[in-house]
Design a protein around this ligand. Structure first.
Ligand SMILES: [Cu+2]
Length: 170
């Protein structure tokens, strides 16, 4: 049933640009597009959330921190390669370029949730508060997608600026 619903949602997103645009949060020069999180399996108490964060032209901003009533602690993370092993590292802040965006996605930058008070279940929404240097607090609701999902709303990737870069390997 949930699989059917997911497919149905994806079809609506394709057919109706409005449905896709609706899942965005604007505050000042900041837009947070398609925030989503992965469902957590079993008794896992750690989760991750992703989004594209855009800033208007000439209005660069910086993501300073994040919090959620659903988690004891929330950090901004990135993945780095260390001797061929992918590792997670905490970021003190994340730059949002003016006229561009920071794309948080699996295997890249992400919002890390520790001490989840309950498992994240597919179909739920996860409230997160992002704190920006200039835009201040921005409250968003991430959709919870299946365990192992690679993108929001049934997509196979995080939509955003990375679409135009091709597949770069750093
Ligand atoms: Cu992490």
């Amino acid at each position: 049933m949930s699989r059917r619903l997911a497919c149905f949602a994806a079809v609506i997103a394709v057919l109706s640009p409005l449905a896709a645009i609706a899942h965005e949060y604007e505050a000042g020069s900041i837009t947070v597009a398609h925030p989503w999180a992965r469902a957590t399996p079993g008794g896992a108490t750690i989760g991750a959330a992703y989004a594209e964060i855009k800033a208007k032209d000439g209005a660069a901003d910086t993501l300073l921190s994040a919090s959620s009533p659903a988690a004891g602690r929330v950090e901004i993370h990135t993945h780095t390669m260390d001797g061929g092993v992918m590792k997670m590292r905490q970021l003190e802040k994340l730059a949002i370029p003016g006229g561009g965006s920071a794309v948080m996605k699996p295997s890249g930058d992400h919002i890390m949730l520790f001490d989840l008070r309950a498992p994240l279940k597919e179909g739920d929404t996860l409230p997160i508060t992002l704190v920006f240097e200039k835009a201040g607090e921005v409250k968003i609701e991430a959709t919870v997608e299946p365990v192992g999902a690679k993108g929001p709303h049934g997509m196979d990737h995080q939509p955003g600026a990375a679409d135009h870069e091709g597949h770069k390997h750093h």
